[in-house]
Design a binder for this molecule. Structure first.
Ligand SMILES: *[C@@H]1O[C@H](CO)[C@@H](O)[C@H](O)[C@H]1NC(C)=O
Ligand SMILES: *[C@@H]1O[C@H](CO)[C@@H](O)[C@H](O)[C@H]1NC(C)=O
Ligand SMILES: *[C@@H]1O[C@H](CO)[C@@H](O)[C@H](O)[C@H]1NC(C)=O
Ligand SMILES: *[C@@H]1O[C@H](CO)[C@@H](O)[C@H](O)[C@H]1NC(C)=O
Ligand SMILES: *[C@@H]1O[C@H](CO)[C@@H](O)[C@H](O)[C@H]1NC(C)=O
Ligand SMILES: *[C@@H]1O[C@H](CO)[C@@H](O)[C@H](O)[C@H]1NC(C)=O
Ligand SMILES: *[C@@H]1O[C@H](CO)[C@@H](O)[C@H](O)[C@H]1NC(C)=O
Length: 309
């Protein structure tokens, strides 16, 4: 899953965080930048937001956060799909003094490009990983396994990927396994258990998740249960909720969103940043755009390395 970025937005006035009970050092941002409402981009780092890290599906930090240091808001580079420039790009960042501690690789390679997947074969990904990702290990960077979808096909793809590395003579040593999940909490917990059983002793990041297209109470219950679970389980190192956009442009149902159609923080949005409920209701606008078409454009932009918003 992936978003149609250009649509995101919101001039949310940050609600002062009265309660900090939801704070978590594991929590980060799936950044879906808004060109239409650039002020929305600042919501995630305003006020008392306790988000500590972000990724934007690309290799380079976002200009929207260029006035924040890596220590203040850690950027995690991602190799979206095979390129020959990822290694040199990360090496340059490190050389310039940026503390790159982790990288993410291949967004939903088992998914189709129409749903935001990078649609890469395990063997092509393995070849590219060996040249562009594995060398970063020597620089102390922790490597994220390819971020497959939450479907059964994701397990097959990942197993084929590690096999392809071995058959090309290299042990692709992933330090953590990213998970994507859209669905209910029972399904999420079961999926995490299955990943853990398949890759014992490897830590897990949940880099996209939400209960999509459901009622607001169920979506909020899911949000709270999953956040409590991720905070409690010690092998889950980090997580990032898929919802950093306005409800009227959401491609996963309006109730998931952290911003209303007017750009105000929803309850989930405020809770995620460490604040109290806002009672702002996310609504669907009549002007819902074709998410798939925007997503595809974005996918191509990212693949070409132009993702600089
Ligand atoms: C950083 O820059 C953005 C504009 O890109 C601005 O809105 C924000 O206030 C700045 N933050 C700080 C801490 O200076
Ligand atoms: C880089 O960041 C990691 C994690 O925050 C920290 O442990 C490490 O000391 C930092 N390294 C440098 C050189 O600042
Ligand atoms: C591959 O690397 C992992 C992690 O370092 C290690 O546990 C495993 O034994 C290695 N396998 C081979 C075949 O070298
Ligand atoms: C996982 O870690 C435990 C404790 O460190 C160790 O006993 C066990 O052998 C490890 N399992 C695998 C599959 O590496
Ligand atoms: C959302 O749910 C409604 C009602 O169950 C269904 O008709 C619709 O197809 C769903 N949309 C998506 C994108 O899943
Ligand atoms: C969003 O939540 C509202 C209130 O619970 C509900 O009426 C609506 O059907 C939900 N939307 C979707 C797409 O599930
Ligand atoms: C979710 O958690 C927040 C913060 O802990 C709490 O204030 C809120 O009542 C919870 N909401 C639901 C629907 O459980």
């Amino acid at each position: 899953m992936r978003f149609s970025t250009s649509l995101l937005l919101a001039a949310a006035t940050f609600t002062s965080a009265d309660t900090l009970q939801t704070r978590s050092a594991k929590r980060g941002l799936v950044f879906v930048p808004s060109t239409e409402h650039p002020q929305d981009n600042q919501v995630w780092v305003s006020g008392n937001s306790d988000l500590t890290w972000y990724y934007n599906y690309g290799p380079s930090a976002s200009p929207a956060y260029s006035n924040l240091t890596q220590e203040e808001f850690e950027f995690v580079p991602m190799l979206w799909s095979p390129t020959t420039t990822f290694l040199s790009s990360v090496q340059s960042m490190i050389k310039a003094g940026t503390n790159v501690t982790h990288v993410l690789t291949y967004n939903e390679p088992d998914g189709t490009s129409s749903s935001g997947g990078s649609q890469v074969s395990p063997s092509t990904a393995a070849t590219n990983w060996i040249s562009q990702v594995q060398p970063l290990k020597k620089l102390g960077v922790k490597l994220g396994a390819p971020a497959v979808t939450g479907s059964p096909g994701g397990f097959t793809w990942l197993a084929d990927f590690f096999d392809a590395c071995a058959s090309q003579g290299t042990n692709c040593t992933a330090d953590f396994i990213p998970i994507h999940w859209y669905g209910n909490f029972a399904g999420l917990a079961s999926h995490i258990g299955q990943v853990r059983a398949t890759y014992p002793n490897t830590s897990i990041w949940i880099t996209e998740y939400a209960l999509n297209n459901d009622t607001l109470p169920d979506t909020q219950d899911f949000f709270n249960m999953s956040a409590e679970y991720f905070d409690r389980i010690d092998y889950i190192d980090r997580y990032s909720y898929f919802g950093s956009f306005r409800s009227d442009v959401s491609n996963v149902g309006p109730n998931v969103s952290m911003l209303t159609s007017k750009g105000l923080l929803t309850d989930i949005g405020s809770w995620y940043l460490g604040g109290a409920a806002t009672n702002n209701i996310p609504t669907e606008s009549t002007a819902v755009r074709g998410a798939a078409a925007f997503g595809t454009v974005l996918v191509m932009a990212v693949a070409a390395g132009f993702m600089v918003l």
